[in-house]
Design a protein. Structure first.
Length: 335
């Protein structure tokens, strides 16, 4: 097999822990999970479903946008910084976006952020309250000032995840049209924009799987971290939901999307990579949720570190090797 090429900036010092002896998991959990406790701020009820990227500032090597639900149980976004990707300094004050059109700039709520670096800007997308959930967008260069852009789509939509480069000359984003409630359905779609304002060329990517084929993803699915470009295609981690007799269960798996036509699914895992198993994933404000929103990776070693929300309460880390995940996805593909 020809060698896999992985795109991205070198990150030799990224957070990492070797696969435990005897462990056969493709993705394994950090032994000291959770990395971010729920009460890291004096005002935080929970910190989860958050986005981190490499970012140099003083002593810091990483920055992030964190989903913080406060003790009023309001959903807010906070910026944070880290030296090593494990220990985070999260700003006490929440992010205020500036410069948006006044008709859409009123902050209602924001959650489940993603951050994509495209050229010299960091684009933040999140689930933004505007007559129901839709995809909010802003850019920053310093994680202090966030310049608001127009909401990308009509309500109702969630899980807006940008690609880290333009595709066919346009910005590109995955999203998941939804409803005002807890959405008992959901497919992933792809859209393009020449200017981050007008979005079109909407294409269907994938639907939930058939129950008898892959039950963990049979009710709805949604894109997770920013896709990682490789010579085999875009590696996408995505969450899937199963409805049990006790409610929704959120697990995540992987897919491989065509490099130039990312709405074409080349492979998609039948088994999950991670499903709620540890106590911090099984219990919390919303039991049985593992929800990835970001990943760091090093193209040289093929290492990936996935940040995922646990039970809508805390943030966990899991590790793996991109070539192994791609090989496993293809070997276990349901498409
Ligand atoms: C989804 C979102 C996520 C959350 C999940 C489980 O609809 O609200 O933020 O993790 O439900 O509660």
């Amino acid at each position: 097999m020809k060698e896999l090429e992985i795109i991205g900036q070198p990150l030799p010092d990224m957070p990492w822990e070797d696969r435990p002896e005897g462990c056969k998991d493709v993705l394994w959990r950090y032994s000291a999970n959770p990395v971010i406790p729920r009460d890291i701020l004096s005002t935080s009820n929970s910190v989860f479903n958050s986005a981190v990227v490499p970012f140099k500032k003083g002593k810091y090597n990483y920055a992030g946008v964190f989903r913080v639900d406060d003790t009023n149980r309001r959903m807010r976004l906070h910026a944070g910084f880290s030296v090593d990707g494990f220990k985070w300094d999260i700003d006490e004050a929440d992010i205020t976006v500036t410069g948006g059109n006044e008709e859409i700039s009123e902050w209602v709520y924001g959650y489940d952020p993603r951050v994509a670096k495209i050229d010299d800007k960091y684009y933040v997308t999140w689930c933004n309250g505007y007559h129901g959930p839709t995809i909010g967008a802003a850019w920053t260069t310093d994680f202090e000032t966030f310049h608001q852009l127009e909401n990308a789509f009509l309500p109702y939509n969630r899980n807006g995840v940008m690609f880290p480069r333009k595709i066919n000359g346009n910005f590109a984003m995955l999203s998941r049209p939804s409803d005002t409630g807890h959405t008992p359905f959901g497919d992933i779609f792809y859209s393009e924009s020449p200017d981050m304002e007008f979005w079109g060329r909407h294409r269907h990517v994938m639907s939930p799987a058939a129950f008898e084929v892959s039950a963990w993803q049979c009710m709805k699915i949604g894109a997770g971290p920013i896709p990682i470009e490789t010579s085999e295609g875009w590696l996408l981690l995505y969450h899937g939901v199963l409805r049990s007799c006790n409610g929704y269960v959120y697990a995540f798996g992987s897919a491989l999307l065509d490099r130039e036509k990312p709405w074409k699914v080349l492979a998609r895992s039948g088994p999950y990579l991670i499903s709620p198993r540890e106590i911090y994933e099984l219990t919390g404000d919303v039991p049985n949720v593992t929800f990835p929103c970001a990943a760091l990776h090093d193209p040289e070693t093929g290492r990936i570190a996935v940040y995922y929300g646990c039970a809508d309460t805390v943030t966990g880390l899991a590790f793996g090797y991109i070539p192994e995940i791609i090989e496993w996805t293809k070997r276990n593909s349901i498409v």
